[in-house]
Design a protein around this ligand. Structure first.
Ligand SMILES: Cc1cc2nc3c(=O)[nH]c(=O)nc-3n(C[C@H](O)[C@H](O)[C@H](O)COP(=O)(O)OP(=O)(O)OC[C@H]3O[C@@H](n4cnc5c(N)ncnc54)[C@H](O)[C@@H]3O)c2cc1C
Length: 426
């Protein structure tokens, strides 16, 4: 089985298949240092709280269980010890929403809710429960659960590759797939070895495409319809911190309050454009947390997928990021002003989006619209892929093995992400 793309999706699928005893070859165009792609970075929000039968909560919780399996495997097979905290940073998840979204509280208060949470519907409640000062148009929800917080994509990719190799299977870097041809018994995949410049070919009985934003051009010969179903989008990210002079004057309670205040989904303005996500990306070498902020509705179309990564942030994007972080830190009663926040870094990132914003983990389709069971496509993971990553890989493995999971909920999610959705827009 050949898997194209060593981001979160391809790596997860390749690990699940290798762990099921299959022969796999994972081809990634970058070297082992993952430097671009939707999975770039050290943190993605991982959260569980949701309404009844929420599929995203299910995918997150399944991924937590699958990360445990991966860590156990690594600890049994190697002398180095690994821990789930290498992958997850547990921290309360904060949702600051506009009063118009009060129904979100009702939705999570269903009788089968197992996740622990608290909420504040008024400024008085927010101050008493969370020490926050909020406008009276705002509500706050906080989710508390082990492994809710952030998931580290870079570490997870590194660990899956390590595990695949420990199983005697192959991960090949610097291997860019340039052509896929259908042959009688599967596919012939041509890839260029970036170091030697050689063009190599491999025959694959089954193929998984997990090429993120590059899916359309990659599949032009074997699933040309994907190009119109996937829309790569630029999402800018700013990395900010409180400047060292001001940070050192904060007391321990204020510093703890900052750490516990992230990750955050902030839609307090009540508009899609005004909403943002932010999280602690890492702690700098000087001990100051680096806050990453972006907005899923600040995204924009892309002219050139190759050069977009170098596109610098505009001043208005930086200003937007700074004002959003300042507003939230002030809500947290951290007494700072605009001059106390500095930009550490910023870059353009890309993810791929489907029309409904729900990803595809699906068989391809033949011209007669029957499923092409030799080809599995993982695409359009947009802003939801991180927290569910190992679960998506598990689903792709079930599809490619033409197997059906015994877990009814997993079957339901697989149906939800599957062929029928491609057919609906085909
Ligand atoms: C800014 C941003 C914020 C996000 N926030 C969150 C969040 O808070 N929570 C969450 O759950 N999710 C979040 N996500 C979503 C999550 O990060 C993505 O859904 C996930 O990383 C997608 O992984 P992927 O493997 O599909 O894509 P990618 O990581 O892009 O992987 C595709 C891989 O394919 C390789 N490739 C492409 N073409 C070829 C070829 N021809 N030959 C060989 N290799 C090839 C690429 O080099 C790349 O490594 C966010 C995403 C972004 C961009």
């Amino acid at each position: 089985m050949v898997i194209i793309g060593g981001g979160l999706m391809g790596s997860s699928a390749a690990w699940q298949l290798a762990n099921a005893g299959e022969d796999v070859l994972l081809l990634e165009q970058q070297d082992s240092n993952y430097e671009y792609g939707s999975s770039l970075g050290e943190a993605r929000i991982a959260r569980s709280l949701g309404p009844k039968n929420d599929k995203w909560s299910y995918l997150h919780n399944l991924t937590v269980e699958e990360v445990k399996v991966l860590i156990d495997f690594l600890n049994n097979k190697s002398t180095d010890q690994h821990h789930i905290s290498d992958i997850y940073r547990t921290s309360p998840m904060t949702y600051v929403r506009h009063l118009r979204q009060l129904n979100r509280i009702e939705a999570i208060m269903h009788p089968e809710q197992q996740d622990s949470f608290q909420f504040a519907r008024t400024p008085e409640e927010a101050l008493a429960k969370f020490g926050m000062v909020i406008p009276d148009t705002t509500i706050v929800i906080k989710e508390y659960k082990e492994h809710t917080g952030t998931i580290n994509p870079q570490k997870l990719i590194q660990y899956t590759h390590m595990a695949i190799r420990l199983l005697g299977q192959e991960v090949q870097y610097d291997s860019k797939v340039t052509n896929i041809t259908r042959i009688e018994d599967g596919f012939e995949v041509t890839y260029s070895d970036k170091k030697s410049g050689d063009n190599l070919q491999v025959k694959a009985k089954k193929l998984i495409s997990a090429a993120g934003p590059w899916t359309g051009p990659l599949l032009s010969e074997v699933a040309s319809y994907m190009d119109t179903l996937i829309n790569p989008q630029r999402v800018f990210l700013s990395f900010l911190r409180i400047n060292p002079e001001r940070y050192k004057d904060l007391n321990a309670t204020e510093k703890a309050h900052i750490m516990d205040g992230y990750p955050l989904i902030n839609s307090s303005r009540g508009t899609r454009m005004g909403s943002n996500f932010s999280m602690i990306e890492k702690i700098g070498s000087d001990g100051i947390p680096v806050i990453k902020i972006g907005g899923h509705f600040q995204r924009s179309n892309i002219d050139n997928l190759q050069s977009i990564w170098q596109k610098k942030l505009s001043q208005s994007e930086i200003d937007w990021s700074m004002s959003q972080v300042l507003q939230y830190l002030n809500m947290q009663r951290i007494d700072i002003d605009a001059a106390d926040i500095e930009l550490v870094d910023g870059y353009s990132c890309v993810y791929s989006l489907t029309r409904t914003e729900v990803p595809f983990v699906s068989y391809g389709i033949k011209t007669d619209t029957s499923p092409d069971k030799d080809l599995v496509i993982m695409a359009g993971l947009s802003g939801v892929g991180g927290k569910g990553s190992l679960a998506y890989g598990k689903m792709a493995a079930f599809l490619v093995l033409e197997d059906v999971p015994s877990d009814q909920q997993l079957r339901a999610v697989m149906d939800f992400l599957s062929l029928q959705r491609i057919l609906n827009v085909y």
